[in-house]
Design a protein. Structure first.
Length: 255
């Protein structure tokens, strides 16, 4: 593995570790007591606060707080390194996708946003997968003149959406798929993560082997506290190819 790729991979592990370990500890107890506590009382002033909000979102969706999360992430400098901002970008995309009726309002409330951080928003809109995401993105070109070239590349399909982005591009894509899942519960991003387990035997390709290891680790951590995810993984283990199925079964047995 080249030295240039080591830092992003470590950064991604730290980000997801925050979601699966720190945020889980902070989220307990769950159930009826937790459900009665609105996340509006949760501050968004530190990275761990944002991860806690992301972790709890599906149990208590509050899409109207997404602009607050985006501004907080910007203020904390979390978008300065897009290689380590994947979870946040994927989560933004998922919330936008799940709230088409108010998507433009939510995006409008994210401004003003520093030009250097607008990359995250552009990518989140494209990653949302909404049928009219290009129309939505086009409406904000004037609000993001510094990102005009990037926006045009997305509008002309010169850059991938989340469902077409290759996992080989690195851990940021893995993180983004998890972020989207945390927001929506959709099986599609999980299936893309599961597909990387096919690289678990790629001993001659260290980068693929590392990404497969990250996928395995994050699947295990999240499945240990998400029964829907665990159920889906069991279903996939019954229909996937040999390497993926065997790796999934190992994960399931360890959960």
């Amino acid at each position: 593995m080249s030295r240039l790729r080591v830092v992003p991979i470590i950064a991604a592990v730290v980000v997801i570790a925050g979601v699966t370990a720190h945020a889980v500890a902070a989220a307990k107890p769950r159930g009826a007591a937790a459900a009665t506590n609105s996340s509006k009382s949760q501050p968004l002033t530190a990275p761990e606060h944002l991860l806690r909000f992301i972790d709890r979102y599906r149990a208590n969706p509050e899409p109207d707080r997404l602009p607050d999360l985006v501004k907080a992430a910007s203020g904390l400098g979390l978008f300065r390194d897009m290689e380590s901002a994947g979870v946040h970008v994927g989560f933004m995309a998922g919330v936008i996708a799940g709230n088409r009726d108010k998507a433009e309002t939510l995006i409008t409330r994210m401004f003003p946003l520093p030009p250097e951080d607008q990359v995250a928003l552009v990518r989140a809109i494209a990653y949302s997968g909404l049928p009219d995401w290009k129309d939505i993105l086009g409406k904000f070109v004037e609000r993001m003149p510094a990102r005009a070239v990037l926006i045009q590349r997305h509008l002309t399909d010169k850059l991938p959406t989340l469902d077409t982005a290759s996992m080989e591009k690195g851990p940021a894509i893995l993180d983004a798929n998890w972020g989207y899942y945390f927001a929506t519960g959709s099986p599609a991003p999980v299936d893309r993560i599961i597909a990387t387990l096919a690289w678990a035997k790629e001993e001659n390709d260290v980068e693929k082997l590392t990404l497969a290891g990250m996928a395995k680790w994050t699947l295990a951590n999240n499945a240990s506290r998400d029964t829907d995810l665990l159920r889906h993984m069991k279903e996939q283990a019954a229909i996937r190819g040999k390497v993926v199925a065997e790796t999934l079964k190992d994960i399931i047995e360890a959960v």
